[in-house]
Design a protein around this ligand. Sequence first.
Ligand code: AMP
Length: 145
Amino acid sequence: MISLNNQELLDIPISEFIISAEKVAHVQNNNSAEHALLVLTKTGYSSIPVLDLKYRIEGLLSIKMITEAILGLEEIEYDKLTDLKVNDIMDKEVAVLKETDTFQKALDIVINHAFICVIDEEGTFTGILTRRVILKQLKKYIYQK
Ligand code: AMP
């Protein structure tokens, strides 16, 4: 049986595993849905963070949220894309971790989220932690033992 009795990995701060903010695709809450759709389509990510002008995390946005917002009764109302703002359609429930939080805390959260937004002590967005990175670290640790 595989066991992680030893706290070594679980106690490591997540700061070591973060994809830094400058490498993370994001949109701003006042961007149009059209712009957001372009960013999501071009990057190929299913969901990306929404930030305000001060780089604070405001929500998450996916293509599904945009499509649902422009779905009429019988057709997709594409003309709505220019007027709708990201702020109107984003999901404001965001899983957030601090840079100083541990791998153990991240492990609990990534069960339900493909990625987690990370903030510093001032609440500024510093990057994301993905389920892929967590699993990679876990695999490395298990095979080394
Ligand atoms: P991954 O584990 O690499 O497949 O990433 C899981 C999810 O995290 C992706 O579907 C995106 O929603 C998000 N993600 C990963 N990398 C980035 C990035 N560089 N910019 C924005 N979102 C990202």
